[in-house]
Design a protein around this ligand. Structure first.
Ligand code: SF4
Length: 267
């Protein structure tokens, strides 16, 4: 069985949402946030792939790359490789594009044009780690630097507090995947506040953190998936809300009527 960080994270958020998405294969419509995030990611991927080949990209060129990607009729927003089919624009598309242009400009001014600009080794890099003969985790790094640092780009409306970065699951899973405790993991958050800003947060992980996800967190999840047990999130959690769950009110019309455990053994 192959499982990605997104799938693990989806299961932890809501087992029933995982079931709808990855077992039933029900795609949910993307939204303007996802489209914007995907277009910014693709722009930075283009920037760093060019840089790896020794090609510098100017601020104006970066704007043009973002603009072309955003406007392209062929462009499909993706979430970790999963293409989004039906896009629901919750905001005016022109305003979202302006936000994206401002964000890539801000990132250029704050990071890319400065000596602190990451020295890229790989951009949009997929790698795998076999946990045992049956289970492999698949991970995608937005950027790996020449010094081995993993950088994850996030487009946020509000910067994640440092305390959240310190306990977030993602750096632990990536340290496990790379097999290197102490990896430097950096969130580069492009924050779409009134005056956009870039917030960088580091999250380092120890051998104990890696052991925790490998031996305590992941095995029960794999077992539940294997046994067809997909517990929905508690109804009072933040996740069970139309703002954060695209199944809420559509595929999952009556969350309160979902039994605590959905068994799919007969399918
Ligand atoms: S509405 Fe709640 S229970 Fe249903 S899929 Fe979404 S998070 Fe899970």
């Amino acid at each position: 069985m192959n499982i990605s960080y997104s799938q693990l994270s989806s299961f932890l958020k809501c087992g029933y949402g995982y079931y709808l998405r990855y077992v039933k294969g029900i795609k949910y419509p993307g939204n303007s946030d996802l489209y914007l995030g995907s277009a910014v990611h693709s722009t930075l991927e283009a920037y760093f792939k060019a840089k790896i080949q020794g090609i510098d990209t100017s601020r104006e060129q970066l704007r043009a790359i973002f603009s072309d990607i955003f406007d392209s009729k062929q462009y499909k927003a993706t979430e970790d490789g999963d293409e989004v089919v039906d896009l629901v624009w919750r905001e005016d598309k022109g305003i979202v594009k302006d936000v994206g242009l401002t964000l890539v400009e801000t990132y250029y001014d704050t990071i890319l044009s400065k000596p602190r600009c990451p020295d890229p080794l790989e951009s949009e890099f997929w790698f795998e780690k076999a946990l045992d003969p049956e289970v492999t985790i698949r991970l995608k790094a937005d950027l790996i630097t020449a010094s081995g640092k993993v950088i994850d780009f996030k487009i946020k409306r509000r910067a994640m507090p440092q305390a959240d970065a310190e306990r977030d699951l993602q750096p632990s899973i990536y340290a496990l995947g790379l097999g290197t405790p102490g990896i430097a993991f950096e969130y580069h958050q492009l924050v779409r506040t009134k005056i956009p800003k870039v917030v960088i947060q580091e999250a380092n992980r120890t051998e104990a953190d890696i052991d925790g996800v490998a031996n305590t967190l992941i095995p029960p999840i794999i077992k539940m998936i294997h046994d067809g047990i997909f517990p929905p999130s508690g109804m009072n959690t933040w996740a069970c809300d139309p703002r954060w769950c695209d199944y809420c009110g559509t595929e999952c019309r009556s969350p309160r009527q979902i039994s605590l455990v959905v068994k799919e053994k007969d399918e």
